[in-house]
Design a protein around this ligand. Structure first.
Ligand SMILES: *Cc1c(COP(=O)(O)O)cnc(C)c1O
Length: 422
């Protein structure tokens, strides 16, 4: 950390020595009315568009125009197995085996499908544990599952809370909850990287703890996929879900990812919702067969997927593959550490970073609490050309993304913040 220096020249030097810097030019960077690029810090909300995306989508539009239904087999990238073109690179990004990963549906849909299989409440063991500051969609989803099974969602929901005057969650507290009521908890469902604080949880540790108490364990990795090394297979989690429109740059509302651990790949006894796309590929189109489960995560698919959206995912994943995820993480750590260094220089009496200091307990996002701030601060930042995210009551979330944010972006952001605060 002390390796960093203040001043614009140092930011420029960091950019000059950054092997990934050329990738910025492979993205469309939003601009203000004068044509100046905005400082885009919300890749954790909607990732930017790779310039290649359009060509990938056009390819499918063209094959549809010229081939019609034959495109399922004859398209340059045949539509029938199209999702398989995404599997290896997606598995690589989330640290899973190909059989454990599929791209399908949207995130909250996948979460429900996973709970159909992995939330099997009994009279005694029926509760669901989530983090108290879970993303609202996750909270609504698990509450509705409780009600669906005839339980009261207030009584059935167990919250892992931060201590008073703290924001981050402590594992001792999770352990205490499990020691107390672990035998009543059917499912632990945690956001792998908390959207608000940016705390990256130890998935393996949580899974081990949960399994010890007989709970199933799943993670929502919307803020983790493409941002941190999730190592889902090694985490031993039962399932995970994530979207592709945040750090994976696949476009608004694009399809989501789903992970089911290998140990469940051939288990046909798991309850699940099915459709023709969960059926054996060899006999899928004979249309008359008895249902025959596809093994692995693919066996949770329902429908034939939207190819145009998958084309956008392919454009993005091909770029990730090209860069190499390890290199991306290396830059990410440096970029965020530099951001942290500059913020701390503003004075810790003015600014408090609530994201963990330990680089292994966070991704690229820093959540910044500004003393006595209200939403006008966010408005001023926006006016100054910074796209960031405001969370009531006083937190600004900024995510410098290693693929397209520069060290100069981070430098300018902090300069603008400093000017507004003084
Ligand atoms: C972004 C996000 C969602 C959004 O869910 P969709 O089904 O894609 O609308 C859900 N959960 C978390 C943790 C998120 O970060």
């Amino acid at each position: 950390m002390s390796a960093f220096k203040l001043g614009l020249n140092f930011a420029l030097e960091l950019d000059k020595n950054d092997a990934l810097a050329p990738y910025r030019n492979q993205f469309h960077i939003p601009k203000n009315n004068n044509g100046t690029p905005l400082i885009y810090m919300t890749g954790n909300s909607l990732g930017l568009q790779p310039k290649t995306t359009q060509a990938y989508i056009n390819q499918e539009l063209q094959d549809w125009a010229t081939l019609g239904v034959e495109g399922h087999f004859e398209a340059k990238n045949p539509w029938l197995p199209y999702h398989e073109f995404l599997t290896n690179s997606m598995a690589n990004i989330v640290g899973a085996k190909p059989i454990e990963v599929v791209v399908m549906n949207t995130l909250t849909t996948n979460l429900h499908l996973m709970m159909v299989s992995f939330y099997k409440p009994t009279k005694k063991r029926y509760k669901i544990l989530i983090e108290s500051d879970a993303f609202p969609s996750d909270k609504y989803a698990v509450e509705s599952q409780l009600r669906h099974h005839g339980f009261n969602h207030k009584d059935g929901l167990v919250l892992w809370k931060p201590r008073q005057n703290e924001e981050l969650l402590r594992y001792e507290d999770l352990e205490a909850i499990l020691n107390q009521q672990g035998d009543e908890i059917a499912l632990i469902m945690i956001g792998g990287v908390n959207y608000y604080t940016g705390q990256y949880f130890d998935l393996k540790r949580i899974t081990k703890l949960g399994h010890k108490h007989g709970c199933k364990v799943g993670f929502d990795c919307a803020h983790g996929a493409g941002n941190v090394a999730l190592n889902l297979h090694d985490s031993n989690a039962d399932f995970a879900v994530w979207c592709t429109y945040k750090y994976l740059n696949a476009g608004p509302g694009s399809l989501a990812g789903c992970f089911v651990h290998e140990r469940h790949a051939y288990n046909t006894n798991l309850n699940r919702f099915t459709g023709w796309w969960s059926h054996n590929k060899q006999t899928r189109f004979t249309m008359r067969d008895e249902f025959n489960q596809l093994p692995g995560a693919e066996g949770w698919q329902l429908s034939n997927p939207p190819i145009l959206s998958m084309a956008a995912i392919k454009a993005s994943l091909d770029m990730f593959q090209n860069v190499g995820f390890d290199k991306l993480l290396e830059k990410s750590k440096k970029l965020t550490a530099y951001f942290e260094f500059l913020l701390k220089n503003l004075g810790e009496d003015v600014i408090r970073i609530i994201t963990p200091e330990n680089p292994n307990e966070r991704g690229c996002q820093l959540s910044i609490q500004v003393k006595n701030a209200d939403k006008t601060l966010h408005k001023k930042l926006t006016k100054a050309g910074v796209i960031s995210d405001w969370r009531e009551p006083d937190v600004i979330r900024c995510a410098p993304v290693p693929l397209y944010n520069s060290f100069q972006d981070v430098y300018k952001l902090v300069e603008k913040l400093k000017a507004i605060l003084s």
